[in-house]
Design a protein. Sequence first.
Length: 202
Amino acid sequence: MEVISVKNLNQNFETSKLIIDNQQTLFLPLNLTNFFPKIKTLQVTNSELIEVNEKVFIGIIELTEINLKHNKITEVNEFGSLAKLSKLDLSHNRIDTLSNYAFGDLPNLEDLRLNDNFLIKISGKVFSSNRKLKILNLHNNKIAQIASNFIQSSNFKTLDLSTNECIDSKYPEATLEDIIDDIDVNCLVDVELECRFKMVGS
């Protein structure tokens, strides 16, 4: 198999699918769109990837699927604006932190795989913009705290919270109402208080 370094590319590729598998790829190149402007599927698996920079995806407007499973990613901040992205697989990584708006600019996301990571806490804001989610897999994390209002989509076909520290439930085997009740009893996220200080002149 011939391996091509992106930094050495000197032409524009019309391919719609880019697969990098079993390569040592610690970071995704920021100039990806220069060489693959029509890419629809990006797969980087088993490749030691440790970070995803949102700038990687600037200008890649046709991207519908990203598969980054079996890497070493530890946190997800933002994926940038990917209006057509419908499937994102981040399973089998080392993710322990999701920022509140990690998936905020992915309005058409339908299938999100976060299973087999190290997530501990899920706030109510993490999936608040993903109203079209049909599949959300959080199986086999270490979730001890989760907000019951994290369920923002009414389109779920599968919601898997099995094998976590505070909850072991799966929809549709359990109803969404039962799952929310379980969360309320066993694993509510601590209330986050906002403190505002007013400086008073002497």
